[in-house]
Write a protein of this length. Structure first.
Length: 1011
């Protein structure tokens, strides 16, 4: 088996490598690198997945990742998931999708209940052949140049040639579920079944393979045809290889369910199984099963695929979507054998071993790819290891418990009890004289030799601060001490001190590390920035990209001219020559590349105030709070894939546009939001964007990492929104994408508006003229009416005022001439004349008030008001011969002017009393009211003498009397009419002689005035 697998893999490597070069795809996952050293990312339902139970994944030609699930189809750009299901895709009968397949620029999808679905030209649509019908539940598909092979659930295999359905007549594939399909280099079709093994179809002939022929199992989940015609068969019982009708099994996966298969550019066979991820490379002699023990988040894998940038994507049945990425950064953590993830310092021993000091877990030794615990008699398990200095075969270990000397099995601990002035040791340096310099947290620096302290440097002796964070020595023997808040102190070979300050007030400046390069240049790494020290001045390096809140901890140079700077936001890489050039010329900002979780770090935060190291193998070992991150500069290859760029949608206030093509957008929209993406999936959080809205923006806008932008209140016109983007290594797609659209003008911004406006202005002027003429004519009519009424009023008033007065004077004169017996009679007659005069004056007052006084809105009670009027008029019928009936029906609160309403009721009811018909057997007056919040209808009904029909049209006129015998002034009904009109109501009258009269008042409620 080893021989033919070697041949398979060699051919596969040659073919795939050729393809990779054509696509500029980086070679990922070398067989020699354990999968546990890969970077793993995970997306679950918490991150936007519709479900954690996924069935398949593939990358389309457009660069999007397509993920199938039992709850819908997902499109993923590395940043957001877009769901297609029955809620937004009407033709779907079910949300369940099995596997996606790619053919050119088409994406074919097998579904459970919706048949075959195809995605093409940004459109998802059902597929049906021209003749016949396929089952609705499709398990798998295989599309070749001229033929489609369709594996169904429970209905066997179907073949479509020229859109005509054929069904092979072979029992093992007729009425069963088809689980997998493949085509080999000879054109043979391989069919994996659910219980009937594997069937080969060649030129209409069938070959059948089952456990009887050597298969591990008859339930086939995966098939993969190698480039030389061999078939890899994944079943519920393992992985088999079929070559020349001979079957052999892969021991690594014996009795393990295999769900999906693929091969990579190194010729490694990858298997997604129910027990983890398997990789087998016979040529390299490696095989491994990557499980939870090595750091895989779950075991149950359902499918796998490589993307164009070399990442491996995995779907799972319980843990969502996984992505394995091969990076130049490997992070060792507790999962790999490290005692504790929080690492403080790393130092290399004489034999290439790495000593890793943790913050409470003691010291680990890394050698030959494995970790072991450094055996210490003095336990440091609960103490943070601050520094390790390798001195030939002696280890000097600094902690807040003092200085530990370890040589073989011999250990000595030096602390305050043994004579140290301070034991909180942070940094250890062996100088050119062989003495140890110990930098402490609170006691300054001390020189230690032969087990004793030779000298102490602190604030009393001239140090800027007693808190020492870093210490280095140059080729001339000068010591450089970086402090917390006290600047940089130099101690020359004579012991003379000089302190230099980065700022006027260094109280907030922490110099974490000092690096002196081979040319003697001094570089300082502080929380506030990176500086070059000239000996007198500090030159701060200007970085092209700086992250908000970024603090800098250490500087490590590799052998390729790179500088690796540890920060709380990740690991920053700059070029050393650019740093030197800037320090000398201060011209161009230094280009940077930030590495973080996207690039293999378990945790992007490097441990502060610690030291990294460059190993003898050229690797950079960096302490982080998530373990020890190791950079292999030779593997830090920039991503050469230019990312596709898409504008996915334009969202306005009331509409979403998915396609360009100059949609016409209504002008009443306020906000225009563009969503766009760059399909570099390696580190989508590091893709940068620039955009411009032609017709609005004057220049390109740096959008940073954001994938959408909004504009507001765009004026009418033609627009083109354009966006360009980079991948994680700032390789730009300068062609980008564009979205053209048009904002329609408001009507008032069109030429038709101005035409209509001109017509309206002309019409308005004419209308104003006509209105003015009509207003003048109306006012003239009103003035004529007023004058006429005034003339009539003066005449009638003088007549009606003088008549009672003349009557009174006449009666007075008659009374004087009488003998006194008739005085009571004369007084009665005088009283009646005065009452008549009083009523007339009251009518005049009511008339005047109605014309002058403002309307007062108030809530009224019809019952109360009507009975008040009845009581006031009781004197008119002092013998109570007339039946009074009051009926009020209504709900709610009715508001009007109660004073005016009382005038209306008083006049109508008093008239009904005055002109009652004494000949009627049962004379009555009925007042009926029907009302609600908005309206009232008042009827005053009597069965009195009535009014002749020819008088009805005039009775509301001023001083009108039907005949001279009628009592009253002729003002009452006129006042009623004017008062009703004032209240914006209507009054009508109907009457018949000797039958009675009905007055109907239709009165609207007075609404509350709004401010």
């Amino acid at each position: 088996m080893r021989v033919y697998l070697n041949l398979i893999l060699l051919i596969q490597v040659l073919i795939v490598t050729t393809n990779i070069r054509a696509q500029q795809r980086p070679a990922s996952f070398p067989p020699s690198k354990p999968l546990s050293q890969s970077s793993i990312d995970q997306w679950t339902s918490d991150a936007g997945l519709i479900s954690n139970n996924l069935t398949g994944v593939i990358q389309g030609d457009d660069g999007f990742l397509w993920i199938t699930a039992y709850n819908g189809l997902l499109r993923f750009d590395g940043y957001r998931f877009e769901l297609f299901d029955r809620d937004n895709t009407s033709f779907l009968k079910s949300d369940a999708f099995y596997q996606p397949y790619k053919e050119g620029n088409k994406l074919w999808l097998a579904t459970q209940g919706s048949g075959i679905v195809v995605y093409e030209n940004n459109t998802l649509k059902p597929y049906q052949p021209k003749e016949g019908a396929l089952p609705s539940s499709i398990r798998c598909l295989l599309v070749t140049d001229s033929t489609m092979y369709v594996g169904s659930n429970n209905n066997g295999l179907f073949i479509l040639r020229n859109e005509i359905i054929e069904k092979p007549d072979f029992d093992p594939i007729s009425n069963t579920s088809i689980m997998a399909l493949a085509i080999d280099t000879h054109g043979s079709i391989w069919v994996g079944t659910n219980g009937n093994g594997v069937v080969k179809i060649k030129n209409g002939a069938f070959s059948h393979y089952t456990t009887k022929n050597g298969l591990a199992g008859n339930v086939i989940n995966a098939l993969y045809a190698t480039s030389d015609g061999r078939i890899l068969i994944g079943s519920t019982n393992g992985l088999d290889v079929l070559e020349n009708d001979r079957i052999s099994s892969v021991a690594l996966l014996q009795n393990i369910q295999v769900n999906a298969l693929t091969m990579d550019s190194y010729g490694s066979v990858w298997a997604a199984t129910e027990r983890g991820l398997a990789r087998i490379n016979e040529a390299a002699g490696t095989e491994e099963l990557f499980t939870k023990t090595q750091g895989l988040p779950t075991l149950e894998l359902t499918s796998l695929t490589f993307d164009k940038e070399g990442s491996l994507w995995l779907t799972t049945s319980k843990a969502g979507l996984l992505r394995l990425k091969d990076t130049g950064i490997v992070t060792y953590s507790e999962a790999n054998g490290l005692s504790l993830d929080l690492v403080n310092t790393i130092a290399e021993g004489n034999k290439g071993e790495l000593y890793i000091g943790t913050d409470g877990g003691g010291i680990d030794v890394f050698i030959n790819g494995k970790f072991s615990k450094l055996d210490l008699k003095h336990s440091l398990n609960n103490i943070g290891i601050r520094d390790i200095c390798v001195d030939n075969d002696i280890l000097w270990i600094g902690s807040y418990s003092g200085l530990l000397r370890k040589q073989g099995n011999q250990e000595t601990l030096y602390n305050i009890s043994t004579g140290l002035p301070a034991q909180d040791i942070r940094r250890i340096l062996k100088d050119k004289n062989g003495d140890l310099w110990l930098a402490t947290r609170a006691g300054g620096a001390m020189v230690f030799s032969d087990g004793k302290v030779k000298s102490v440097y602190n604030k009393e002796s001239g140090l800027g601060a007693n808190y020492i964070l870093s210490i280095e020595q140059d080729a001339n023997g000068t010591l450089y001490l970086g402090t917390n808040g006290g600047g940089l102190t130099l101690i020359d070979t004579t012991g003379k001190l000089s302190t230099h300050h980065i700022t006027d007030d260094d109280s907030g400046v922490l110099i974490f590390n000092i690096h002196i390069d081979k040319r003697g240049r001094i570089w300082l790494v502080a929380n506030t920035g990176i500086f070059h020290f000239t000996g007198q001045d500090f030159i701060q390096l200007e970085l092209e990209h700086q992250v908000k809140g970024e603090s800098y901890f250490d500087w490590v140079e590799d052998n390729a001219g790179n500088v690796w700077i540890t920060t709380n936001k990740g690991i920053l890489r700059i070029r050393k020559d650019e740093a030197v050039n800037y320090a000398q010329n201060k011209n161009t900002p230094i280009k940077t590349r930030l590495y973080n979780n996207y690039d293999g770090m378990k945790n992007k935060e490097c441990t502060g105030a610690t030291r990294a190291t460059l190993s003898s193998t050229g690797e950079v070992w960096i302490p982080t709070i998530g373990g020890a991150s190791v950079i292999n500069p030779e593997r830090m290859i920039e991503n050469p894939i230019i990312p596709p760029v898409y504008i996915t949608r334009l969202i306005t206030d009331n509409q979403t546009f998915l396609k360009s093509g100059q949609p016409k957008i209504q002008s009443d929209n306020i906000r225009y939001t563009f969503q766009f993406t760059s399909l570099s999936l390696v580190a989508p959080g590091q893709n940068h964007f620039k955009f411009i809205l032609d017709g609005f923006d004057k220049q390109w806008v740096d959008g940073g990492l954001e994938r959408e932008t909004s504009y507001t209140n765009l004026p009418p016109g033609e627009y083109t929104f354009r966006v360009i983007a980079s991948n994680n290594d700032e390789l730009w797609n300068t062609t980008g994408a564009e979205f053209r659209f048009r904002v329609k003008p408001f009507f008032y911004e069109t030429k038709w508006f101005y035409i209509v406006l001109a017509l309206l202005v002309a019409g308005s002027l004419f209308g104003i003229y006509k209105w003015r003429v009509n207003d003048i004519e109306k006012r003239n009519r009103e003035l004529k009416k007023v004058n006429s009424e005034l003339d009539k009023f003066v005449y009638s008033a003088s007549h009606d005022l003088r008549a009672p007065l003349a009557s009174v004077l006449g009666l007075v004169n008659v009374a004087r001439l009488s003998d006194g017996k008739d005085i009571p009679l004369y007084l009665d007659l005088i009283e009646k004349s005065i009452q008549r005069l009083d009523g007339f004056i009251r009518d005049i007052i009511d008339f005047s008030r109605n014309a002058r006084l403002e309307i007062i809105r108030e809530e009224i009670s019809f019952n109360t008001l009507i009975h008040e009027v009845m009581d006031d008029l009781r004197f008119l019928d002092h013998k109570n011969r007339i039946l009074r009936i009051v009926t009020v029906n209504g709900h709610g609160a009715f508001h009007t002017d109660s004073r005016r309403l009382k005038i209306i009721l008083t006049n109508l009811i008093s008239n009904a009393i005055k002109y009652h018909n004494l000949r009627q057997e049962n004379p009555f007056i009925e007042v009926k009211v029907d009302y609600d919040d908005n309206h009232a209808i008042i009827q005053v009904i009597d069965n009195g003498s009535g009014i002749a029909e020819h008088h009805l049209m005039n009775i509301f006129k001023m001083f009108y009397r039907a005949n001279e015998n009628i009592k009253g002034s002729g003002l009452g009904l006129y006042i009623v009419h004017e008062t009703v009109d004032k209240l914006e109501g209507e009054i009508t009258v109907s009457s018949k002689i000797d039958k009675g009269t009905t007055f109907l008042v239709n009165l609207p409620a007075i609404k509350k005035q709004t401010q």
